[in-house]
Design a protein around this ligand. Structure first.
Ligand code: DP6
Length: 328
């Protein structure tokens, strides 16, 4: 079947994981070693428009107004191929995507990018997948993207196969007034991205222990979120982040994402908490620090962070909604 100019647009938020995804059982289709838990980040967003039926030999990708070739475009094409197979079409597509947050600001854009792409491409191809189907599709583009599909606080069930590896909401966005204050210390592109990192996670002798203990951390984190127990949440979130970084630092080759400023912020946050301020840190595959706190403390936390040496700026985000279609 050949279609003519069918397009759709979707919006998606990035997410921050409290229990991290690091390492896969199946690299190709991104079946992770352990479940993960995250929160979508409101206010930060990717908007993506997909148009099938363009007169071109290959798919076209335009990111923040700039035409992208190479591996970035191929990764998008591989996801579009799956949509084409399901919809029974062969048309090439134009994908236009913009982020309202700075690229390289330490906020993973691949999560919101592949979640928005999955929904816009499905709708443009005439499909209407449910949240589970959409989450599975997004996962194949970027693992953490499956968690940007459902709303609010989300768990990704690792599963064993494509069919049973997807994310679902464990609490809506308005369940708990948390804020992620993101302390940006570097805007440089990281040398080794997440995909390369997942592939070598198993070379760390610590990865087996991290994965073996994951169920306990997941249960503690899920329970802390559901009961809004900040103290328990803070302890398990920091532990999980540092366990992932211990794996990163002890893999071959070793990955050190922390900079001097990163560690200084981690120590400051722990000192503030000892002094009674509710705040905790978590760090992804980069040097920037996500400081999570209840909304009533977020202005104070953001101000304190701004004063720390090396902090270039602080972005703030509340729990965000699901990936959704937007009018063209
Ligand atoms: C450190 O989802 O970016 O942010 O599947 O290769 O695209 P790919 O990896 P990605 O990995 C995210 C890693 C992390 C932790 C997390 O978000 O759980």
């Amino acid at each position: 079947m050949v279609m003519t100019n069918n397009s759709a647009s979707a919006i998606s938020h990035p997410n921050i994981a409290f229990i991290k995804y690091w390492g896969n059982k199946n690299e190709k289709i991104r079946i992770p070693k352990n479940n993960s838990i995250s929160m979508n980040l409101d206010g930060l967003e990717t908007r993506t428009r997909v148009t099938f039926g363009i007169d071109n030999e290959a798919d076209q990708l335009v990111l923040n107004g700039e035409e992208i070739d190479g591996e970035g475009r191929e990764r998008v094409s591989r996801l579009l191929d799956q949509v084409r197979i399901t919809a029974g079409i062969s048309d090439k597509a134009k994908v236009e995507s913009t982020n309202n947050f700075p690229t390289g600001s330490g906020i993973a854009s691949s999560a919101s990018a592949f979640a928005a792409l999955s929904l816009a491409a499905s709708a443009a191809a005439g499909l209407s997948p449910n949240i589970k189907e959409l989450s599975k599709l997004a996962r194949t583009g970027s693992g953490s993207a499956c968690r940007s599909v459902p709303a609010g606080f989300v768990e990704w069930f690792a599963g064993q196969t494509h069919e049973d590896s997807f994310a679902a909401s464990i609490a809506p966005a308005d369940h708990w007034d948390l804020v992620d204050c993101i302390a940006v210390v570097s805007q440089e592109h990281k040398a080794t991205g997440s995909t390369g990192g997942h592939a070598i996670a198993g070379t760390s002798p610590l990865q087996e222990g991290r994965v073996a203990d994951a169920q306990r951390r997941l249960d503690l984190c899920r329970e802390a979120i559901l009961s809004k127990d900040f103290k328990a949440f803070a302890e398990i979130t920091e532990l999980d982040s540092t366990m992932m970084h211990a794996v990163m630092m002890t893999s071959t080759p070793s990955l050190y994402y922390w900079q001097a400023e990163t560690l200084r912020i981690m120590q400051a946050v722990q000192n503030w908490r000892m002094d009674g301020l509710q705040a905790c840190f978590t760090i992804d595959a980069g040097p920037n620090v996500h400081v999570i706190c209840p909304a009533e403390h977020s202005a104070q936390v953001a101000e304190l962070l701004t004063k720390l040496p090396g902090v270039q700026k602080v972005l703030s985000a509340k729990p965000g909604g699901p990936t959704k279609l937007i009018p063209e």
